[in-house]
Design a protein around this ligand. Structure first.
Ligand code: KIV
Length: 326
């Protein structure tokens, strides 16, 4: 982080909620996506365990490990300067008890340099949240659809559709707030349920598929950029058809390689004639000594030799004076 640059803190987020300023959160899993999100002014970046599905290609978030989260989390911290970076505690890293949870949360905080951790589950996780908070680790909670429990829930289904289930989720959120969670994600619950929970909590709620009445919203980076055409959840808005743009660009690149229009002289490194001849002579001598075929073999594109490839280049292209490439 550059000197003097302060990251968004949990108190900043609480202030935003108290002033009715909506909070934007986005997931990021690597250095460039974190840099883009940070430059766009997003106050909270979540290194979600959704990375298991989005970037590692697993069927669910269940196989994601603490090591995965540390690997991606530290890249995101390096890529951002201002955002509050929350790292998910993956499946199995906190359910066995508070000691295990504390050890893993401390590792994630120390080894990534992140600002806080997030874990799933309401009343069942509240005791663990309390211990982590007492140990000085800020914790974001996560209720409603909790993807780590996909096997128990029987799929990715909307939660809180019956009065009993809505009350259960409200009690989950309340339990997390009482345990000291600084914010709570509400995932895929009816808007009315998210609204009433948001009204009854004093900490910010961050919704995904939870309607417009939360204190903030979170979106998965690849969903909102349309990077994966096979991922199109109802609650995600594609702000750009990124997959199509990127695929078209890669196709153009392949075509340019195949038709020889990439790279141009301006995208290559040339030497002045004296240095070139010196290198040519050295390579020729080396080939003779090693009994290799001559370097100046005919090129396959109709006889273009290294010399003819240089014709006109010296005049057009600034010669390489420095070793710097970028
Ligand atoms: O892992 C994740 O990306 C999440 C968000 C969907 C909230 O937990």
């Amino acid at each position: 982080m550059s000197a003097g640059m302060k990251r968004v803190s949990v108190s900043d987020l609480q202030r935003m909620r108290d002033k009715n300023q909506r909070i934007t959160m986005i997931t990021a899993y690597d250095y460039p996506s974190a840099k883009l999100a940070d430059e766009a002014g997003v106050p909270v970046i979540l290194v979600g365990d959704s990375l298991g599905m989005v970037v590692l290609g697993y069927e669910s978030t269940v196989p994601v490990t603490v090591e995965d989260m540390i690997h991606h989390g530290s890249a995101v911290v390096r890529g951002s300067e201002r955002a509050h970076v929350v790292v998910d505690m993956p499946f199995g890293s906190y359910q066995a008890g508070w000691k295990d949870a504390l050890r893993n949360a401390a590792r994630i905080m120390q080894e990534t340099g992140c600002s806080s951790v997030k874990l799933e589950g309401g009343q069942r996780s509240a005791g663990i949240v309390k211990r982590l908070v007492e140990a000085g680790i800020p914790v974001m909670g996560h209720v409603g659809l909790t993807p780590q429990s996909v096997n128990a829930m029987g799929g990715y289904k909307i939660q809180g559709r019956t009065p009993r289930d809505a009350v259960r989720i409200l009690n989950d959120a309340k339990a997390l707030e009482e345990a000291g969670a600084y914010s709570i994600v509400l995932e895929v619950v009816p808007a009315i349920v998210a609204w009433r929970i948001t009204e009854r909590l004093s900490v910010p709620t961050i919704g995904i598929g939870a309607g417009p009445y939360c204190s903030g919203q979170v979106q998965v980076f690849h969903d909102m950029l349309g990077l994966d055409p096979d991922m199109d959840p109802r609650h995600a808005r594609r702000f750009i058809e990124g997959g199509e743009l990127v695929r078209n660009a890669i196709t153009e690149y392949r075509e340019a390689v195949e038709d020889g229009s990439f790279p141009t002289p301006a995208e290559s490194f040339f030497l002045d004639a004296a240095r070139r001849q010196h290198i040519e002579a050295t390579l020729a001598r080396h080939a003779r000594e090693a009994a290799l075929p001559p370097v100046r073999a005919e090129a396959s594109d109709g006889g273009q030799t290294p010399d003819s490839a240089h014709e006109g280049v010296d005049a057009e292209v600034a010669m390489l004076e420095e070793d710097e490439v970028v």
